[in-house]
Design a protein around this ligand. Structure first.
Ligand code: AMP
Ligand code: ZN
Length: 113
């Protein structure tokens, strides 16, 4: 996806403050943080959204949650954190490359939005 900003971050074509990277996943600070810790965890593979997850590409989702647990420990979020995925227009998704918001350092309310 040539015009996808998160694919460009994966390829190093635009800068990001990365906090984690391996063969299949990258995590970086959100440009407009909504919490003291606000990191986006994304698959390196371009998957548009949660609605495009199927048996061929779902392994990376489990791995993303492993990375989230690791980040929770590294950021010292002993009291917890929130993981959010926005899917599609009604879900409020603005960047069409699957990503999970990993947010912590404050208490959140529910239901969101
Ligand atoms: P969503 O609305 O769920 O699609 O979330 C997209 C998120 O990406 C927003 O929180 C933006 O602040 C964030 N974002 C957009 N561009 C960048 C970027 N270049 N680097 C880091 N975060 C970004
Ligand atoms: Zn992409």
């Amino acid at each position: 996806m040539d015009d996808c900003i998160f694919c460009k971050i994966v390829k190093g074509e635009i800068p990001a403050k990365k906090v984690y990277e391996d063969d299949t996943v990258v995590a970086f600070h959100d440009l407009e943080p909504q919490a003291p810790v606000h990191v986006l965890i994304i698959p390196k593979e371009h998957i548009c959204c949660a609605a495009a997850v199927d048996e061929t590409n779902s392994a990376v989702i489990a791995h993303i949650f492993e990375v989230a647990a690791k980040l929770g420990k590294e950021f010292g979020l002993d009291k917890g954190y929130r993981i959010v995925n926005n899917c599609g227009e009604d879900g409020g998704q603005t960047v069409k490359h699957l990503h999970f918001h990993f947010m912590g350092g404050r208490a959140f309310t529910w239901p969101a939005g």
